[in-house]
Design a protein around this ligand. Structure first.
Ligand code: SAM
Length: 722
């Protein structure tokens, strides 16, 4: 939603066709064994040469946009190793998964890292091939040299061959769980020679682990030292110390489930140590289990009082308050979003009066459980994962093109990074898996789930709001917002699309606010638009939903579908005429303009409260602006209320008595301005109570579009300056 979809751009379509062609060619060789293979020496030399030149910087990747092609989905292997039979490189087939096999491999070159971590590997018969491990941690977090140093012995479950970009064959691993480095009992005999002989005392493993830890090699400390030591430890206390040490390494590598389980595994002593309590609290905080976390901090404050512990307890209590009440200090959120990079804010998720229920043919949806008023907060959700693109840096290396074979879709931005982040987060914290795997999907593959459930997002909706105010209705810039940052907000993902929606989403950093844009009765399905409705042809609008596999059946879409093309063409030409008239401000013929707008209005057959009139609301807003500049205040009120009515609002009063919204319509960012114009007009006409009411509606509209109203006065002060 709101991501930068480039599926229809010819330059990228060409790329997609090329990728699909090579995919088709690859499918033709499915099940075959490669005919020609390079000699081991040649393959190794070629790889080492590339490694040398790439380290010398001859690859100029930083200046070109990365592209990642997601081939058709295959499922990870769930069979335990004991249920699989061993194969050699010579047995591997092209593009064929799930043959109930595994292969022991040993790397014979240092690793390289491009989109995957790669090395040349050999099997027991000394046959060699390239191995590509996808979705490994970032280089800064876990260097390739540590993941796959030369001489690493590993096992790949369900290995298969893939033709790589350069036309050679390689073993490709997409699922992190399909590779295991814990090969203790399965190391082939001839490789045992290189493996450590004999029994390493736990004390040595501990020292080695601590050494790695002090060098920030946390993964190495866990895998090669502490875990080894725990197995070999003869005394319970020795194992406990190693677990305590390992729990910190787990914490540093964001493996919070494992941190907790190590701490639980420590033999019960008289009272938990301070270190154990601190680590437990941190893991719970990071898993957003704030209530449990406060309990741990309370014990810590009682047993080991310190200013840090009480500050942490206070911080955690603030999260619990946010979670339970939905009360946030939004100005603080902006400050954090300005300072922190990436803008991942330290705040909790609030789930308001909503729950997931069946929405018939639309699958599941999110419904209200109580009555809510327009402007009420339904959700304030922290992203499960968020990939940030800093547009101020203008650095294309942050950006990549994602090509998904199964849906023929392409998007530009940070989705590739988001996929990696989520895959790693789930692998490190399996307890979080259902949050993602329960979301809507075409298959259960993470890539597919993410492509259906991710949202493009600005750094803050207030920024977008200010931009849209600058390009006001008069300039008629189409505000199609396409964002390069993106994230997954799981609860919001249950909300189905409707062009004529009753809620709006907005963002501050990685927090998404969803507010009702209409008064909603209990048990109403909440909807927001996946793509904002614009005045486009019916078929073009439906194309936007292609990726999600549905057609919108809202009243606006149905009406567009039924309306004759000739009527639409006539409406568009009248609209162009209106635009010409109101842009020639000095000699504006208002009578003529009103006549043209009346003609547009008469081209609609349904009442605007049923079918909002997208062709007419913005010219009416432009008229309200023009009448304001001419001090025609009754006309301002008439045009502004007309604008609102054309978007489906049913408003009582407004002329001699204060306006009262009986039914809210389609919410648009510029409606705050619309209400502010009426507010100014009422002020000038000395209609005080109408002015107060209009001001209140302006504030609610702002809250719905921007997510909060703490900055309302400040923002509109700024706009007055503009
Ligand atoms: C982000 S999910 C929304 C939640 C989803 N309905 C579920 O069951 O989890 C998007 C998917 O919901 C369905 N959907 C959303 N809006 C719809 C609509 N207006 N009409 C039909 N299906 C819709 C489509 O299957 C779409 O791919």
């Amino acid at each position: 939603m709101d991501i930068h979809d480039v599926s229809e751009i010819p330059q990228y379509m060409e790329l997609l066709l090329k990728q699909k062609k090579s995919l088709q060619d690859a499918q033709l060789s499915k099940g075959r064994r490669p005919k020609e293979k390079k000699q081991p020496g040649e393959l190794i030399m070629q790889f080492r040469f590339r490694l040398m030149t790439s380290r010398g910087g001859s690859r100029n990747l930083a200046h070109s946009i990365r592209s990642t092609f997601i081939p058709p989905a295959y499922t990870p292997c769930i069979t335990p190793l004991s249920g699989l039979k061993k194969v050699m490189i010579g047995n591997l087939q092209l593009e064929t998964h799930h043959r109930d096999t595994y292969i022991p491999l040993r790397s014979v070159t240092p690793p390289d890292r491009m989109t995957a971590v790669m090395a040349i590997v050999e099997d027991e018969k000394k046959d060699v091939l390239m191995l590509q491990l996808y979705y490994q941690p970032e280089e800064s977090e876990h260097p390739a040299e540590e993941i796959l140093p030369e001489g690493t012995v590993l096992i790949v479950k369900e290995p298969y061959l893939k033709v790589m970009a350069d036309g050679d064959y390689g073993i490709r691993v997409d699922h992190l769980s399909d590779v295991t480095f814990d090969v203790r009992n399965l190391i082939p005999n001839q490789w045992q020679l290189n493996a450590e002989k004999g029994h390493t005392p736990a004390s040595t493993s501990k020292l080695r682990g601590n050494d790695c830890f002090n060098k920030f090699q946390y993964f190495k400390a866990i895998e090669h030292s502490y875990s080894e030591g725990i197995i070999c430890a003869e005394m319970a206390e020795e194992a406990d110390t190693l677990k305590l040490n390992r729990s910190l390494a787990y914490l540093r590598t964001n493996q919070f489930d494992a941190t907790l389980s190590d701490l639980e595994l420590i033999s019960a002593t008289e009272k938990p140590t301070e270190k154990a309590l601190v680590r437990k609290a941190r893991a719970l905080y990071n898993l957003h289990r704030y209530l449990e976390c406060t309990e741990v901090y309370k014990v810590l404050c009682a047993e080991y009082p310190s200013s840090i512990a009480s500050a942490e307890l206070k911080r955690t209590i603030s999260r619990v308050t946010e979670q339970e009440t939905g009360k946030y200090q939004f100005k603080k959120l902006y400050t954090e979003a300005t300072k922190i990079r990436p803008p991942h804010l330290d705040h909790a998720t609030y789930i308001g009066p909503v729950e997931v229920r069946s929405s018939n043919s639309r699958g599941r949806g999110l419904f209200t459980t109580a009555e809510v008023k327009a402007g009420d907060l339904l959700l304030c959700e922290k992203a499960f994962a968020h990939a940030y693109y800093d547009s101020s840096k203008k650095d294309d290396s942050q950006m990549s093109l994602l090509i998904i074979a199964e849906t023929d879709s392409m998007s530009m931005g940070t989705q590739v990074d988001l996929i990696g982040m989520i895959i790693r987060k789930l692998q490190r914290n399996p307890s979080l898996s259902p949050v993602i795997t329960d979301l809507h999907h075409g298959s259960f593959l993470i890539q597919r789930i993410i492509s259906l459930n991710c949202f493009g997002c600005p750094l803050s909706s207030r920024e977008t709001y200010l931009d849209s105010m600058r390009d006001s209705a008069i300039n008629e810039k189409k505000n199609v917002e396409l964002y390069h940052s993106c994230g997954v907000w799981p609860k919001a993902s249950y909300i189905n699309h409707c062009c004529y929606s009753n809620a709006r989403r907005s963002f501050i950093g990685d927090m998404m606010m969803v507010r009702a844009s209409q008064d909603l009765a209990p048990n109403t399905e909440i909807t927001f638009w996946y793509q904002a409705p614009h005045l486009d042809v019916y078929s073009d609008r439906q194309k936007k939903f292609r990726n999600w596999g549905f057609q919108c059946g809202c009243s606006m879409c149905q009406d567009d579908k039924k309306t004759d093309d000739k009527v639409i063409a006539q409406r568009n030409s009248l609209r162009a005429e209106a635009k010409k008239l109101y842009q020639s401000r000095r000699k504006l013929d208002t009578a003529k303009l009103e006549k043209v707008l009346a003609s547009i209005a008469s081209s609609y057959t349904q009442a605007p409260s049923k079918v909002p009139r997208l062709a007419i609301w913005d010219p009416l807003l432009a008229m309200a602006q023009i009448y304001t500049s001419q001090n025609h205040f009754t006309k301002v009120i008439e045009s502004a209320l007309g604008c609102l009515a054309s978007l489906g609002y049913v408003i009582e009063g407004g002329k001699r008595s204060p306006p009262v919204i009986r039914k809210w319509g389609l919410m648009h960012d510029t409606l705050t301005e619309c209400w502010m114009l009426t507010c100014v007009a009422y002020h000038s006409l000395h209609q005080q109570s109408s002015k107060v009411q209009a001001y209140e509606y302006a504030k609610i509209s702002y809250r719905i579009c921007v997510g909060e109203d703490e900055t309302f006065e400040e923002t509109h002060g700024k706009l007055a300056d503009l």
